[in-house]
Design a protein around this ligand. Structure first.
Ligand SMILES: Nc1nc2c(ncn2[C@@H]2O[C@H](COP(=O)(O)OP(=O)(O)OP(=O)(O)O)[C@@H](O)[C@H]2O)c(=O)[nH]1
Length: 185
């Protein structure tokens, strides 16, 4: 049987730079969160939206609130991975509309034996557009309970496998561009 994957959209942030919930902002005729949904839908058997806002129920997908509230993306990742039914989960932020499915093909090809598979390029790793095993949730719980909310540091301590994506970035220079403020729109 072919392996099935979960999808997780991180959409529970404060959006303080945008001033309004960015996943629900319209960008080029589509809500930002919808870009993530359209990306993951053909790749994943179930999509979870990690959010504390009931407005995300409009997408008709499972929504999961943070159990570690106000702890940043790691809190959302922890809650969604805990609820996932799948071994590997494709995670994407709600504010990166230029991610292409090929990125996840590259990460999936490197998943054997890895708990986290994360893209890396000359500016560092991209832990919020990455592949996570469900069991990483228990490690995240330990880190969150210890008050460690630093995404890059925590993910590197998971022995993440880093996959160079410079070739893909040459073809898609905006691949990881995130829309954080009105000026980005
Ligand atoms: N579930 C959940 N997701 C979060 C949380 N904080 C950030 N995120 C998500 O993680 C991604 C990156 O978040 P940031 O842009 O760094 O933070 P933000 O709070 O959304 O925005 P700013 O307040 O402008 O920094 C976005 O998709 C957020 O929705 C959180 O506490 N819980």
């Amino acid at each position: 049987m072919t392996e099935q994957f979960g999808g997780i959209i991180l959409a529970g942030g404060k959006s303080s730079r945008m001033g309004t919930d960015k996943g629900l902002m319209m960008y080029r005729g589509k809500l930002l969160a919808q870009y993530a949904i359209d990306l993951l839908r053909p790749l994943c058997s179930e999509i979870i939206i990690s959010t504390n806002d009931p407005d995300y129920e409009q997408f008709g997908l499972k929504t999961v609130p943070d159990s570690f509230y106000n702890c940043g993306p790691l809190g959302g990742l922890h809650a969604a991975l805990s609820e996932s039914r799948f071994n590997y989960n494709m995670v994407v932020s709600c504010d990166v509309p230029f991610v292409v499915p090929e990125l996840f093909s590259l990460l999936l090809a490197e998943r054997q034996g890895a708990d986290v598979v994360v893209p890396v390029h000359q500016n560092g790793i991209e832990p919020l557009v990455a592949l996570y095993r469900k069991e990483v949730a228990s490690l995240l719980e330990i880190k969150l309970m210890a008050g460690n909310y630093r995404v890059q540091q925590v993910i590197r301590s998971c022995h993440a496998r880093e996959v160079a994506v410079d070739g893909l970035l040459k073809r898609y220079p905006d691949l990881f561009r995130n829309l954080n403020a009105m000026v980005d729109l």
